[in-house]
Write a protein that binds this ligand. Structure first.
Ligand code: F1P
Length: 341
């Protein structure tokens, strides 16, 4: 944890690194709020991060699209820690939000992939996520790595604020298991590709997830939209009954992200509500779901790390759906490597 957070992960980047958190223990103890800003996948990774910070460090935290934040004359508070998230480090909306916050005297950290990028240079500190230098328009590895960086950050803040050492150990052990578990998920690629062929005919798809599953649902629906151009909606599972259930019908498949064992009954009820409307269901869960037509089974880890693992099969689902439709995945329409306007 310390190695990553102090920016010492790779000395090759010595001159351009964000330099670690740059946050002393007193600041970390008195901080009252964390606000995370980013666009697209970076925003969704920020939503995961906000949940982790609330859960593991017990600091109120939320995420907001940077593209909206800067147009609404936000209240900037001195005891709020702002964190900008960006794969490219060049996204204009996120950079502009950082600059605006700095003008107002806020402390802004970055969670960034591209070394030496504009956001990395403008922030007061932060971490690189080291998701690789490959030029890829659609963020995938970076989304996963950013979620891991937030788990480390949440642990670090929790530790400074004297929260449970047992939690820290539990999460660190969970993080160690991730590479092997990700390999297990990748072994299901053929199964996921078969499912994707079935979904390629859909005009519209619904993604639902409860609590930790919700940012994953949002990200999965964005991936599908970005590269397959299939219309997709994402809803928090508990919001379905407030209107969107009307959209469920046989021609609109639903992907339900249902990891939490403690919410098993609620999740089952959601699946039943969808099934009652003859909607086809693909569940992403730790064990096969009786009410679903298919389940992608994701290995069990610590519950806080579920979003890290559950996003991966759905990135693969979007990829194979786009492939089945003959889309140019590396050059999706209307999407640039970094959105600079
Ligand atoms: C933000 C973003 C990506 C998306 C696409 C367009 O980029 O919305 O999430 O996949 O590349 O830009 P970034 O700030 O994370 O580089």
């Amino acid at each position: 944890v310390d190695r990553v957070l102090r920016g010492r992960i790779d000395d090759r980047f010595a001159t351009v690194r964000l330099g670690g958190l740059n946050l002393d223990a007193r600041e970390a103890r008195t901080m009252r709020r964390v606000k995370i800003l980013g666009c697209g996948s970076a925003y969704h990774a920020g939503q995961i991060g906000a949940q982790m910070i609330e859960e593991l460090a017990r600091i109120p935290a939320d995420a907001e699209p940077a593209s909206e934040f800067r147009y609404r004359n936000p209240v900037v508070e001195p005891d709020t820690l702002y964190i900008a998230v960006s794969q490219s480090g060049e996204t204009y909306d996120t950079l502009a939000a950082v600059q605006e916050l700095k003008r107002k005297g806020a402390r802004v950290l970055g969670v960034v992939n591209v070394v030496g990028s504009a956001i990395a240079r403008e922030t007061d500190g932060g971490v690189y996520v080291h998701a690789g230098p490959e030029v890829c328009v659609v963020s995938t590895k970076c989304f996963t790595n950013t979620a891991v960086a937030f788990a480390l950050l949440a642990l670090h803040l929790g530790r400074i604020r004297d929260l449970s050492v047992a939690d820290g150990k539990r999460i660190i052990e969970g993080l160690r298991k991730l590479p092997g578990q990700i390999a297990e998920i990748m072994e299901q690629e053929d199964h996921i590709a078969t499912l994707a062929k079935e979904f390629a005919d859909a005009k519209s798809m619904m993604f639902v997830g409860r609590v930790r599953g919700y940012p994953v649902a949002r990200e999965a629906s964005l991936k599908l939209k970005e590269i397959s151009y299939i219309h997709a909606e994402a809803y928090p599972a508990s919001e379905l009954k407030h209107g969107p259930l009307a959209l469920i019908e046989p021609a609109t498949p639903t992907v339900a992200i249902v990891p939490r064992d403690d919410l098993l009954e609620k999740n089952r009820a959601t699946l039943e509500e969808i099934k009652a409307r003859s909607g086809r269901i693909l569940a992403v869960a730790h064990e096969p779901q009786e009410k679903a037509d298919d389940t992608i089974v994701v290995p069990r880890n610590e519950p806080e790390l579920d979003p890290v693992l559950m996003g991966i099969p759905l990135q693969l689902l979007a990829y194979h759906t786009a492939l089945a439709l003959g889309r140019d995945i590396d050059k999706p329409r209307n999407l640039a490597k970094s959105v600079t306007v």
